[in-house]
Design a binder for this molecule. Sequence first.
Ligand code: HGA
Length: 610
Amino acid sequence: MCGIVGAVAERNITPILIEGLKRLEYRGYDSAGVAVFTNAGKLERLRRPGKVSELDQALAGEPLVGRLGIAHTRWATHGAPCERNAHPHFSGDVAVVHNGIIENHEALREQLKSLGYVFTSDTDTEVIAHLLNHKLKDHNDLTAALKATVKELHGAYGLAVICASQPDRVVAARSGSPLVIGLGLGENFLASDQLALRQVTDRFMYLEEGDIADIRRDSVAIWDVNGNSVEREAVQYRDGAEAADKGAFRHFMLKEIHEQPAVVQRTLEGRLGDKQVLVNAFGPQAAELFAKVRNVQIVACGTSYHAGMVARYWLEELAGIPCQVEVASEFRYRKVVVQPDSLFVTISQSGETADTLAALRNAKELGFLASLAICNVSISSLVRESDLTLLTQAGREIGVASTKAFTTQLVGLLLLTLSLGQVRGTLAPGVEATLVEELRRLPTRLGEALAMDSTVEKVAELFADKNHTLFLGRGAQYPVAMEGSLKLKEISYIHAEAYPAGELKHGPLALVDDDMPVVTVAPNNELLEKLKSNLQEVRARGGQLIVFADEKAGMVNGEGTHVINMPHIHDTLSPILYTIPLQLLSYYVAVLKGTDVDQPRNLAKSVTVE
Ligand code: HGA
């Protein structure tokens, strides 16, 4: 998504800003811009559509040299990706870059127009520049003006601001979109991700929600959400090699499993308003297009297909939209009948999955309303060729067995469900506000599930000498069971199959004996009692049960029944939470079996062949 870099130093900061943008660019961009308070004492900017390299080339012809500046890579949510809409946005002396979405931008725009401000872009961001300029009339100090400005903003923002009349500082505000201060000697920096600043420092101060910061060459002052002056701890960044380093973890897969709270948090950042999902997170035309959607067709492969299967339950139950889900290798060769006003959704970690890409290309001939990609790689073919995109923020996934890509896809799909329901007015009252709140808490809940690591490691011993396993789930937990069984197959090479628990008696029960562990996920929902009956059917045949159950589900350990209590969670979000112990289970079984966890036999990470 968008990237922010800012700097105040004794030296020329333009090359630092550009290098920072380049480091953030892999997350997505459509234009880039830089504003510098030049050594000639003027606030100047250069903006270009396209990649940071276009901006860099333009700077070679029109250099900007100065000691104070801000820069931005944009991924448009309001207004087309073009130079006019690229950040920084100016208003008088003020320059602003912004990550996120201002929900009340229309009302603010009207107010500011009536005060005589002239808008030169279609972005929501420009209202911030004018509002701040306006507040400077009453508050001489830039931080005081910024504090007054953010009080009037609804939505999500990470902001960096400079002002030509106060050229000794970058000021910043964080709410729903991350910002980090990079600490130097006699120079300080700001960015939306520390990655952008690793070239200049390894000491960072992370802003918290609601913080406002005043960053000068030799000082940093921070105020919290209540306006109190606060200190934020300065931390030395030690994990040198970013994603390509396993750190303290034995395998990339385990590291990536443990990254899930952080990457889910990142995937949510800038996409949640106070009580609503910010629909424009899917792109500037999303609201208009979503209003027309009457059906959803999801196409994906492997783990991404399982994410799509979960989404079908959400889309039909919460948003009341009919949804079909199909594996791409089947969809692409089938004669498909397209329902009117269908949104074509693809899901892929790499965005280069050959079957999914081919399905998208076919779909373009079939009369779908529009295409949407849920993808982890911004520069991928799938993203480039789709009308709308939601980038997951899982970061680089190295383990072949997908983990954090899956949970961030689920988050993206829930955002899609709520956005479609919101725009079409089909959500039950209160549902969106509740789920937005639950989504905010989700990273903490995932952390609680990860704390079960050693319990799951112990349970894994039950599988080490087994050759076959069944995974059972009901409702949206059925695809979670499918994903659990796929993980186990992929990395431990144990034969695993997933069934909807109600299907057991229609065949697979014949397989059950004391050599067949049966894994079940059991949140506390209206299907719990039915699930319990299915589990009795297994126990009656001597099957060993391993049940991941809600702490309130009333399930207890007994002969042949191993219950692992899960933290309670809102039922809609349970597929995301219950995925975690199943990932850990496959991981520890594979470790016990001594397989190559990160690079299992016969498999590859990004399946770019048919
Ligand atoms: N709403 C702003 C910034 C978009 C953004 O943060 N994208 O990730 C715009 O459309 O310019």
